[in-house]
Write a protein that binds this ligand. Structure first.
Ligand SMILES: CC(C)(COP(=O)(O)OP(=O)(O)OC[C@H]1O[C@@H](n2cnc3c(N)ncnc32)[C@H](O)[C@@H]1OP(=O)(O)O)[C@@H](O)C(=O)NCCC(=O)NCCS
Length: 158
């Protein structure tokens, strides 16, 4: 039996997503940002839950991505620290690429902090390449952003 499953993000996932924000990011998104993302028509969110649907479950990961200008753009992805390195981040990236493929969207992009080696490794494993570097892109600590992208092939398996 799978210990966890991917589901579309629902309004009741707001609080657990906020908790994950606080434990996974040095500069977490606040309530308004997460609510805004969940209410945005261009945005798609998935959560990962553990436990059976009948029993008490817990949200252990999430992803938000948007379809913009003919591309899918990953806005946010996080996995609870104790659940990392088990393929959950990979499953969420794969779900995003699969959603794009089904819509006929054949290009993906995202920005990542230059210091974020875990995320860079995850994205490299999924075929993303560094397209550009934006110096001082993040206003909180003036850190550089790496702009990553990849093509999505129509016939590719997720
Ligand atoms: C980035 C993040 C989402 C990865 O989630 P995850 O569930 O651990 O990812 P996976 O288990 O699918 O890992 C996939 C691959 O990424 C790479 N990777 C992930 N974490 C890594 C680490 N700490 N060191 C080196 N490589 C790593 C590995 O290649 C890994 O494959 P492997 O386990 O077979 O070696 C998670 O570390 C996280 O939530 N970080 C904090 C939030 C964040 O920075 N989000 C991204 C910016 S929006």
């Amino acid at each position: 039996v799978n210990e966890w499953r991917v589901e579309p993000a629902a309004p009741e996932d707001l609080e657990p997503i906020l908790e994950l924000e606080r434990c996974c990011f040095e500069w977490p998104w606040g309530r308004l940002s997460v609510e805004g993302e969940m209410g945005c028509p261009d945005s798609t969110g998935f959560v990962v839950k553990r436990g059976s649907p009948e029993s008490k479950h817990r949200v252990i990961a999430f992803i938000f991505f948007r379809f913009i200008a003919g591309e899918v753009h990953i806005f946010r992805i996080a996995v609870a620290p104790e659940w990392r390195r088990r393929g959950i981040g990979s499953a969420l990236v794969a779900r995003c690429l699969e959603s794009a493929r089904r819509r006929g969207v054949l290009s993906a992009s995202l920005e990542v902090r230059a210091s974020n080696v875990e995320a860079a490794a995850l994205y490299a494993k999924h075929g993303f390449r560094v397209a550009a570097r934006r110096p001082g892109y993040y206003s909180d600590n003036r850190e550089d952003a790496l702009i990553l992208n990849r093509d999505i092939k129509e016939e590719e398996n997720p």
